[in-house]
Every structure is written in structure tokens, then in C-alpha cells.
Design a protein around this ligand. Structure first.
Ligand SMILES: Nc1ncnc2c1ncn2[C@@H]1O[C@H](COP(=O)(O)OP(=O)(O)OP(=O)(O)O)[C@@H](O)[C@H]1O
Ligand SMILES: [Mg+2]
Length: 275
């Protein structure tokens, strides 16, 4: 008999603290977390609880360098090594596309930045496949970002993040700027991409229902300095279907997250936690 194999750990955070010296702000107060390869994790917490700081530390793109204390390992690498190995893709709330490049050229940029040895024809083929996967009609591929809708821009941003096929996707409120309908279709799209590519995904969101609907586990952070108050496993089947969000079980899960958020000290700064 074979026992079900446990996927290896993709991310290990050990007592990660971040103190911004210039502003004397304690952003993170000691975060411990293990994320398995291929897991979909959402981070939720009040505004200022250090969610973006945590993603920046993982991506080694933060101001003032790495953690003030503690250790971060991703795929057996330090964040610096991971960044140098182009081991993650990142997506922000704003698509952060270069306005003077066409959508397709924006997607090719990671190859140029990484000085990829992949032949140009292969690069183009890969981007074509990814653009098809995110459902961006060919007609729009030569468009400039400002000629695309917000949802289309985020599709392009996701393709750019996946261009080099990194094992990890970091997403900071990727759908926060989209209208409700577009947001819901982007959620389904991301779940589909995740199922096809089996990336490890760490997504920051302010939406309780988005976190619960998409994730394997929801990590709830406290008011600043951010600490993990609770980790809630989501017992819904895969693939997720929209109708699951209409069930009593789903409402119960959302309530658990809401209660955890409420117990995390003052939510004074938080104006954006919503369903
Ligand atoms: N580069 C920086 N220098 C100084 N302080 C910073 C810096 N970046 C973030 N902070 C501070 O760290 C704290 C955490 O910020 P962070 O942006 O990580 O919060 P967040 O949880 O992402 O909030 P939001 O939900 O509003 O995006 C805040 O008090 C913020 O002012
Ligand atoms: Mg943030």
C-alpha cells in the first residue's frame, strides 16, 4: 500500500519580522508558514498588516532589503537566489505593463530581461500559447495597454508573469481594480490556469469570498505588526464551481474568516475588508 505522497514544501517562513527603519514601522511581527508545492494560498488581513511587505520579501524586491529577523526559503532558495533564478512571477493590482510596448511585446519582456537562451521562435510560441490560455483574443495582441480593458490588461500581466514558467506566482490584489463581473471571470480563469500549470500561488486579497472560493488555505493576518492569527483550510471540492459560493457551507467558511479577522485586534485602519 502506498500512502498518499505529501507534496514537498515550496515556501518556508520562519519567524519572519520586518521593521522599516526609516519610518520606524513594525510591519511584520513574526510570521511562520509552510506552503506546499502547488498549493493555492490566500493572504488576508487589515490594511497595513504587512501583506504586500510579505510578498516583497518573498520576491526580494522590498525596500530596505530582506527580513529584519527570521528566515525565508522558497524552493530551497533564498529570495535573492529565487529572484536571480527568475523563480517567480508577480502580478499587482495595477497591471504595470509598459505603455509604449504592445501587449505581445510586454509578454516577451521577461525573456529579454532574463537574457533567455530560448530561441525567439520558441519564445513567441510560448507567449501565443499563454495568451490563448488566458483567453485574450488574437485581435488584441498588437494593442497597446491603454487600448485594453482592465480585465484584458490583467490577462496580459498574468501571461507576463508566467512567461518564464516559474514555479511560484505572487499576486498582490490582482483583481482588486476590476468590476465585480470581470473579477469573477478572472477568478475562474486563474483557477483554470492553476489547475493546468500546478504553480504554487500566494495571493493577497481583501475579499473574504474571493479568498475562500479560490484557495486551499486562507491565511489570516492580524493588525500591524502582521502575525498569522489563523489558517483556515477550505474543504470545498476541486474544481471549484460558482454554485459552491451559494451554499451554506461556503457561508460558514466565510464567517470563520470574518470572525478570525475580527479577533485580530483593532481593524481601525481597515476600510476595505468586504464580502
Ligand atoms: N518601504 C516602506 N518603508 C516604510 N514603511 C513601509 C514600507 N512599505 C510598507 N511600509 C509600512 O509597513 C506597513 C505594512 O504595509 P503593507 O503595504 O505591507 O500593508 P498591506 O497589508 O499590504 O496593506 P494594504 O491592504 O493596504 O495593501 C504599513 O504601515 C506601511 O506603512
Ligand atoms: Mg498591500
Amino acid at each position: 500500500m502506498h500512502s498518499e505522497s505529501i507534496p514537498p514544501v515550496a515556501i518556508r517562513l520562519i519567524n519572519v519580522k520586518k521593521h522599516f527603519k526609516d519610518r520606524d514601522v513594525e510591519a511584520l511581527g513574526g510570521v511562520n508558514l509552510e506552503v506546499a508545492q502547488g498549493e493555492f494560498i490566500s493572504l488576508i488581513g487589515p490594511s497595513g498588516s504587512g501583506k504586500s511587505t510579505l510578498l516583497e520579501l518573498l520576491g526580494d524586491i522590498g525596500d530596505e532589503g530582506g527580513p529584519s529577523e527570521g528566515e525565508i526559503l522558497i524552493e530551497e532558495k533564498t529570495p535573492q537566489e529565487l529572484r536571480q533564478a527568475r523563480g517567480y512571477g508577480i502580478v499587482f493590482q495595477d497591471s504595470t505593463l509598459f505603455p509604449w510596448y504592445r501587449a505581445f511585446e510586454n509578454c516577451l519582456l521577461p525573456f529579454r530581461i532574463a537574457k533567455s537562451g530560448l530561441p525567439k521562435g520558441e519564445q513567441i510560441k510560448r507567449i501565443e500559447l499563454l495568451l490563448e490560455m488566458v483567453g485574450l483574443d488574437r485581435k488584441f495582441w498588437p494593442y497597446y495597454p491603454k487600448e485594453l480593458s482592465g480585465g484584458m490588461q490583467q490577462r496580459v500581466a498574468i501571461v507576463r508573469a508566467l512567461a518564464l514558467d516559474p514555479p511560484l506566482l505572487l499576486m498582490d490584489e490582482p483583481f482588486g481594480a476590476l468590476d465585480d463581473l470581470t473579477r469573477k471571470s478572472m477568478q475562474m480563469l486563474l483557477l483554470d490556469i492553476w489547475a493546468k500549470t500546478r504553480k504554487t500561488i500566494l495571493m493577497v486579497t481583501h475579499s473574504i469570498s474571493e479568498a475562500c472560493f479560490m484557495s486551499d488555505r486562507v491565511v489570516v493576518l492580524s493588525h500591524r505588526p502582521g502575525r498569522i492569527i489563523r489558517i483556515i483550510s477550505i474543504p470545498l471540492d476541486r474544481p471549484r464551481e460558482r454554485s459552491m459560493a451559494e451554499t451554506k457551507a461556503f457561508a460558514r467558511i466565510c464567517r470563520m474568516v470574518r470572525e478570525a479577522l475580527g479577533s485580530g485586534g483593532e481593524l481601525g485602519e481597515d476600510t476595505s475588508i468586504k464580502n
